[in-house]
Design a protein around this ligand. Structure first.
Ligand SMILES: Nc1nc2c(ncn2[C@@H]2O[C@H](COP(=O)(O)OP(=O)(O)OP(=O)(O)O)[C@@H](O)[C@H]2O)c(=O)[nH]1
Ligand SMILES: [Mg+2]
Length: 318
C-alpha cells in the first residue's frame, strides 16, 4: 500500500507542500540523470543505452517547507507510437500517483518532441492518452541543452507553446544548468499537505534492490548488443557479518548459453570487471565495504516469461 492509499496524514501545516512528481518521457532523454542531480545522490541507474530504467523509482527530496516525491520511470521507447501504447505498467502507476507531471525531452532528438506535442493535440480531440496530463500540472523540460546550439532551442519552445505547454524549461541534467529553476517550479506546483515519509528517508525500496540495480548498471555499461536487455539481476543473499564485510551474492540471469559465455568472458575477465565496478559503487551507495559474489545463470527466454518476470524483476520488495 502506498502512503497515499494508507493516507492517515493529519491536517496539513499551513503552507507545507508535499506530493508526487512523475518523470515521464522517451527513453534515454536523461530522466534518471535529472533525478540523481536533483537529489544530489545516485539513486537511479544511468547508461548511454536506451531502456535502462525498468521500475518506477522513488526519490524523496526534503526541503524547507516541502517534501517532493519524484518518480523516475522507464522511458517510452518509440515516441512515434501512440502514447498509451508505449507506456508500461510502471509508467501508468507513476502517473496514477502523480500530482505533477514532468515531461522530458532530449534537445538532440527534436522529432520525439514533435510527436509528443502532436499527441497532445490528438488527445484533445478525444483519444485517451491526454487523460494522463489533465487535472494536474504538466511541466516540460528539454534536456541535454549542453549538446546543441542554443539557437536551435527557441523554435522547439515555440512549437511546444503552440501545443499548450506554456513554460518550457531548458536544462542540462548532466551539467546542472537550469535544474535549480526547474526544481523550484516543480516544488511550487505541489499541492499543500503533510509529508508522506519521515524526513530522513530518501527512497522506499530495500538496499538489495539498489544493489541489484547497480550490478545491472555495470552490465549496461560493460556489454554491447543484446546483453543488457537479456539480463536481469537478483540479489539472492545479503548478510551482515559481525566484524566482517557484508556478504552479497547476486545472480545475473541471461536468456541463452551463448550470452552466459559473453557475460563471463575469457577466464572470467569480463565478469570480474563488472564485479569490481559494481562493488565500488555498492560500497559508495551503502557507505560500507562489501564482499560481492556474482553468478551467471541461464533462465531460458525469461524476457517472455511473465511468471519469471513477476518473481524476479517486479517482485514485491519487503
Ligand atoms: N550531454 C548530456 N548528456 C546527458 C544529459 N542528461 C543525461 N545525459 C546522458 O544521457 C544518457 C541517458 O541518461 P539516462 O538518465 O539514463 O536517461 P533516461 O531517460 O533515464 O533513460 P531510460 O531509463 O533508458 O529511459 C546517459 O549517457 C547520460 O549521461 C545532459 O544534460 N547532457
Ligand atoms: Mg532512466
Amino acid at each position: 500500500m502506498s502512503p497515499r492509499e494508507s493516507d492517515s496524514r493529519s491536517a496539513a501545516k499551513p503552507g507545507f507542500k508535499a506530493g508526487y512528481i512523475a518523470l515521464i518521457g522517451p527513453t534515454n532523454v536523461g530522466k534518471s540523470t535529472l533525478l540523481n542531480r536533483i537529489l544530489d545522490y545516485p539513486i537511479s541507474i544511468v547508461a548511454p543505452k536506451p531502456q535502462t530504467t525498468r521500475h518506477r523509482i522513488l526519490g524523496i527530496l526534503n526541503g524547507e517547507g516541502y517534501q517532493a516525491l519524484f518518480l523516475d520511470t522507464p522511458g517510452m521507447r518509440k515516441p512515434s507510437y501512440k502514447l498509451q501504447e508505449m507506456m508500461s505498467k510502471e509508467i501508468k502507476l507513476a502517473l496514477k500517483d502523480a500530482d505533477v507531471v514532468l515531461l522530458m525531452f532530449d534537445a538532440t532528438r527534436p522529432d520525439e518532441l514533435e510527436s509528443a506535442s502532436g499527441k497532445r493535440k490528438t488527445n484533445h480531440k478525444g483519444t485517451k492518452g491526454i487523460e494522463l496530463f489533465t487535472g494536474r500540472d504538466t511541466l516540460v523540460a528539454i534536456n541535454k541543452t549542453d549538446k546543441v546550439d542554443k539557437k536551435l532551442l527557441l523554435p522547439l519552445v515555440e512549437r511546444l507553446a503552440g501545443q499548450g505547454f506554456e513554460k518550457v524549461y531548458m536544462i542540462s541534467a548532466l551539467k546542472g544548468d537550469g535544474v535549480e529553476e526547474l526544481k523550484k517550479a516543480v516544488i511550487n506546483a505541489l499541492p499543500q499537505g503533510e509529508p508522506f515519509y519521515p524526513p530522513d528517508m530518501i527512497s522506499e525500496r530495500p538496499e538489495r534492490f539498489f544493489v541489484a540495480e547497480i550490478v545491472r548498471e555495470a552490465i549496461f555499461n560493460r556489454y554491447g548488443e543484446e546483453i543488457p536487455y537479456s539480463t536481469t539481476v537478483n540479489v539472492e543473499e545479503f548478510k551482515e557479518r559481525e566484524g566482517r564485510k557484508d556478504f552479497i551474492r547476486a545472480v545475473i540471469y541471461v536468456e541463452r548459453d551463448s550470452q552466459k559465455a559473453i557475460v563471463i568472458g575469457k577466464k572470467g575477465a569480463a565478469l570480474k570487471e563488472v564485479g569490481s565496478i559494481a562493488r565500488g559503487r555498492i560500497e559508495r551507495f551503502l557507505g560500507r565495504p562489501v564482499f560481492l559474489e556474482l553468478w551467471v545463470k541461464k533462465a531460458e527466454a525469461w524476457c517472455k516469461n511473465e511468471r519469471f518476470i513477476r518473481e524476479n524483476v517486479y517482485k514485491r520488495q519487503g
